[in-house]
Design a binder for this molecule. Structure first.
Ligand SMILES: C[S@@+](CC[C@H](N)C(=O)[O-])C[C@H]1O[C@@H](n2cnc3c(N)ncnc32)[C@H](O)[C@@H]1O
Length: 291
């Protein structure tokens, strides 16, 4: 296990833009003023519910303890404002034990990326889309607002509670009729779709679920998205860590960094798709299906 680290090292700034001043400029000039009222309310409600610092202890990349989920009966609370390792002295000798901090609210796509996705869907005249990884629904509501009245988005997530938290804002925005939420593991749901109706029917897919499975999702989506349609993968620049040496990457972020290094290489070499790496948010890779 790493030596004691301050929370700032355990929680690096999200996204690839490293200038706070430029971030502020972009958000205040074009992003916030044009954010739909219900998206703004959803973002604020998400921060209220999921914006606390969330501490996790991982053993060999498997979650064994978090603020909400204590598996060690002698530890009942975690104070994420302290240097968390102090509380796990017994386990610190084990290299597979890793501590991490996150704010779950930071999982939603940032406002400028939302505008980008919305414009892309409109330029494409997308009508039928699919989203893997919904959380409280920021990108889902963005998509539903961008689609025409008879458009349709299928959202898949294992976390029904988070989706239900955001439902109020989706309903207030008047676009609930465009959404079909499937409470399931993504790969399971995609496999079900492929066995029930193995026809490419989607114009667009947004992938924002568990990162090590993106390659498996890509394989399935290439059969479900139409030729000429687009698969967009979120977080492909992984806070910029894809360009860093492994020793400079927080331990808990290394598995996903490796997954993105492999995925980015694979997509760049895939003759079945045209690829564009977009440097927005945390990095978005667009793959247009060619064959
Ligand atoms: C980064 S968040 C999605 C954020 C969302 N796109 C937004 O803009 O608010 C990732 C979501 O993927 C879900 N997830 C992770 N692994 C999954 C899996 N194997 N199957 C389905 N959902 C999964 C999590 O429950 C979480 O809600």
């Amino acid at each position: 296990m790493e030596k004691l680290l301050p929370p700032s090292k355990l929680l690096p700034p999200k996204g690839i833009l490293k200038s706070d001043a430029l971030k502020k400029y972009i958000f205040e000039t074009t992003a916030y003023p044009r954010e739909h009222e219900q998206l703004k309310k959803l973002r604020e409600a998400t921060v209220l519910k999921y914006g606390n610092l969330y501490t996790v202890l991982l053993y060999d990349h498997t979650l064994i303890l978090s603020n909400n989920n204590c598996k060690y009966h002698n530890v009942t609370t975690l104070d994420p404002t302290k240097y968390v390792y102090h509380q796990f002295k017994d386990y610190t000798s084990n290299e597979k034990m890793v501590c991490a901090c996150m704010r779950r609210s930071e999982m939603e796509v940032p406002v400028d990326e939302g505008h980008f996705l919305s414009m892309l869907l409109k330029i494409m005249n997308a009508k039928k889309t699919i989203e893997l990884g919904v959380f409280t629904g920021y990108s889902l509501l963005t998509t539903a607002l961008a689609l025409p009245h008879d458009g349709h988005v299928t959202g898949i997530d294992i976390d029904k509670e988070a989706y239900e938290m955001g439902l109020e804002f989706i309903k207030n925005a008047g676009v609930h009729h465009k959404i079909n939420f499937i409470h399931s593991d993504c790969l399971q749901a995609l496999d079900n779709m492929l066995s029930e109706n193995p026809k490419p029917e989607f114009d667009f897919a947004f992938v924002d679920a568990d990162k090590p499975n993106y390659a498996n999702m890509h394989e399935r989506l290439m059969k479900l998205v139409k030729v000429g349609g687009v698969i967009a993968f979120d977080n492909t620049l992984w806070s910029g860590f894809v360009a860093e040496k492994e020793e400079n990457v927080p331990v808990h972020m290394r598995v996903n960094r490796k997954a993105f290094l492999d995925l980015n290489k694979r997509l760049a070499a895939d003759p079945h798709v045209e690829v564009s790496q977009v440097s927005i948010g945390d990095g978005v890779t667009l793959c247009r299906r060619l064959v």
